[in-house]
Design a protein around this ligand. Structure first.
Ligand code: NAI
Length: 341
């Protein structure tokens, strides 16, 4: 465990427990070099405690890089709450989490992530000030995230095909949740042709009804012949098996940690697939949190989200200049900012 933490470069990893509230969580602080470690809280059932730890470690590291590249004065952190097996008191669990966050004295500032809604954060807020994205503040980050993914997709399309116009482009969208549904709506309005998948039948039906998208089974979406694969569900979707089955030219999506392992970036490149690093494409969520945390206006946040397309171009130019994958180029740019601080 300590070797893993040292290899990923974390400052601190906190194991939290409050049996009375059925609360067990891991808070990983990767870096506070540029500012407080900012990152969402995820509430999920994990197959093992080790997998939960690995998720927290990888996600928090991703947040350091995401904020650095988005030009924000934040470090990187992440919390994962292990979803209790049986029935549980959600408010009590969330308040226990608030106390754990508060105990870190502002070194960690959290927000939504998978399994946590803006309404859930209100319970966390009862115990700590160190929460962003509350109702009445910036609120749900998903629309901002979706807009940023769209800007990243347009920039990648322009790089690959010489035009940012997505009309008629086939997009295979994995996940019709908060971000996926917003992205589907935006792509539909731009004239893209959508193929979508989600194990949640209600969410899937909402998106197909809204956009006329074709629905396929969750285990088929990665095999669909399309122009773009947009992962907007969980992480580690790009592994040896899935990359071998991909029939697209671009991979651009909101999901965090899309690469199962760093080496998969090279595997995508070898197969002629342009991969936009996840933390570049999905920075809209953290940028919307900056409304609360830095007092940025909505206009300023929207300007910065629209600039995600410029960041993608910058990353792709650097990748070409250095002869490395876009993922490696994005890491280099982020590390350079960290080193300058
Ligand atoms: P969500 O929980 O609202 O949606 C995820 C959706 O994926 C759910 O509808 C779920 O049923 C579906 N799903 C699960 N397994 C699937 C599978 N095998 N195939 C197809 N669909 C599947 O989460 P949200 O907020 O939309 O986030 C999506 C991803 O984007 C996550 O990885 C999250 O970490 C990331 N992200 C989200 C941000 C936000 O602003 N919400 C910001 C940055 C990243």
């Amino acid at each position: 465990m300590f070797d893993t933490i040292a290899a990923l470069g974390h400052e601190q990893v906190v194991l939290c427990s409050d049996p009375g509230a059925a609360y067990r969580a891991i808070i990983a602080l990767h870096s506070t070099r540029l500012g407080p470690a900012v990152g969402g809280t995820r509430l999920l059932a994990y197959a093992s405690d080790e997998l939960a730890l690995l998720d927290a470690l990888r996600l928090s590291r991703g947040m350091t890089y995401k904020s650095a590249l988005a030009g924000l004065p934040f470090g990187g952190g992440k919390a994962v709450i292990l979803r209790p097996a049986g029935a549980f008191d959600r408010a009590a669990l969330l308040r226990a989490h608030g106390r754990a966050v508060e105990s870190l004295g502002g070194r960690f500032v959290t927000g939504e992530d998978v399994g946590i809604s803006a309404a859930d954060l209100e319970h966390v807020r009862l115990e700590t000030r160190h929460v962003a994205g509350l109702l009445g503040g910036a609120g749900d980050p998903a629309p901002f995230t979706a807009r940023g993914v769209l800007r990243a997709l347009e920039a990648a399309a322009a790089w690959r095909w010489g035009s940012a116009d997505l009309r008629g482009r086939r997009v295979a969208l994995q996940g019709c949740g908060a971000v996926g549904a917003q992205l589907a709506g935006a792509l539909d309005r731009l004239g893209a042709r959508l193929i979508v998948a989600d194990p949640d039948a209600t969410r899937l039906a909402a998106v197909t009804a809204q956009t006329g998208a074709e629905a396929v089974a969750p285990d088929e979406i990665r095999l669909v012949a399309a122009d773009v694969f947009a992962p907007c569900a969980l992480g580690a979707v790009l592994d040896d098996a899935s990359i071998a089955g991909l029939r697209v030219e671009l991979v651009v999506g909101a999901a965090n940690n899309q690469l199962a392992e760093p080496r998969h970036a090279a595997e995508l490149e070898r197969r002629g697939i342009l991969y936009v690093p996840d933390y570049v494409a999905n920075a809209g969520g953290i940028l919307s949190g900056a409304m609360d945390l830095l007092g940025l206006t909505r206009d300023e946040v929207e300007r910065r989200i629209n600039a995600i397309g410029d960041t993608v171009r910058h990353v792709l130019e650097r990748a070409r200049a250095d002869g490395v994958t876009p993922a490696a180029a994005a890491d280099r740019l982020a590390e350079e900012r960290l080193a300058r601080s």
